[in-house]
Design a protein around this ligand. Structure first.
Ligand SMILES: [Fe+2]
Length: 302
């Protein structure tokens, strides 16, 4: 079992906090500003899933949520890190780690949860094989976009095997799909998920890409449903934001995806309808074309 339950938040510095706040709200998050720092949340109970402070645009790091205080303690012990009281919203405990590329990786536990926020529901989809909606009309409640949670982060790293070992040792991640570049075992990187035993988790929580240098690739936020993702695309288009890739359906993970560039130049993704796997699904290998190709929608990562 993983000592973490999920990814918790991502952290950035951005040049224009007001512009960033507007984007985050349009993108579907609820944003609070405290002492010049933006804390954005989804409808799930975590008080923040995205943090931005003022500064030169930079990816400052990411954080995972520990399963228990015991797990947090054991993670900290690997590097002799200190467990501190967190000064971030909701308090709790926090451990600061540094990955092999020098990226800040925090682990949090015991944050006081906020109330969950309402998620507009929609009636079941009628398909060729299942008709769950009868004598009812689909009337979407409002035009807003609602993000539920942070789903995953993709990081380009200097050396995949070095970083993979570091993250797996501390966080017990399982490989879902390792991307093969050739038949000789050359690997681009891997989609990794949490190991929560029989519990089902996202196909990936972290994807590390062997890139020769550290670079933020993207972070992905789960949208409530399919209609909302489509409406979100229209809303972001109408407000003049820059689309990066989508709308499409991934091969690995099956998510319907929609990638956008935020005002600071970072790529943030809307996704819905992703695959869920548990420990028994095991680990798999896949060729590069399955990473870049889509089941439908435009080919090719941005
Ligand atoms: Fe993604």
């Amino acid at each position: 079992m993983s000592p973490i339950i999920d990814i918790h938040h991502v952290r950035f510095s951005v040049a224009d906090l007001a512009k960033q706040r507007q984007f985050l709200e349009d993108f579907g998050m609820k944003v609070n500003e405290e002492d010049g720092v933006l804390y954005a949340r989804g409808t799930d109970a975590s008080p923040y899933i995205y943090i931005a402070e003022q500064g030169e645009p930079a990816f400052l790091g990411l954080a995972f949520a520990a399963s228990s205080l015991q797990d947090l303690t054991e993670i900290a012990a690997i590097d002799g890190a200190v467990i501190e009281n967190s000064s971030l919203p909701g308090g709790g405990k926090i451990v600061h780690l540094t990955d092999p590329d020098g990226l800040s990786v925090d682990v949090v536990f015991g944050i006081t949860e906020s109330d969950t926020l309402p998620v507009p529901s929609r009636l079941p989809l009628n398909t060729g094989s299942t008709q769950g909606r009868q004598n009812e009309r689909v009337i979407l409640q409002d035009a807003s976009v609602v993000i539920k949670r942070l789903g995953h982060c993709v990081i380009n790293v200097t050396d995949f095997r070095t970083s993979e070992a570091w993250y797996k040792e501390r966080f017990g991640l399982l490989t879902s799909d390792e991307i093969q570049l050739d038949d000789n075992g050359t690997v681009l990187g891997a989609f990794m998920r949490c190991n929560r035993g029989e519990k089902f988790v996202d196909h990936h929580t972290l994807f590390l890409v062997h890139a020769g240098k550290l670079e933020f690739n993207h972070a992905a936020f789960e949208i409530a449903d399919w209609d909302m993702l489509m409406r979100g695309h229209d809303l972001l288009t109408n407000r003049g934001y820059e689309a990066r890739w989508g709308i499409g359906k991934h091969v690995l993970g099956s998510q319907v995806f929609d990638y956008w560039k935020d005002p600071a130049g970072f790529t943030l993704e809307h996704f819905t309808d992703g695959d869920l796997f548990n420990e028994s699904w095991g680990s798999h290998k896949a060729p590069l074309e399955q990473l870049l190709k889509v089941q439908w929608g435009p080919d090719g990562a941005p």
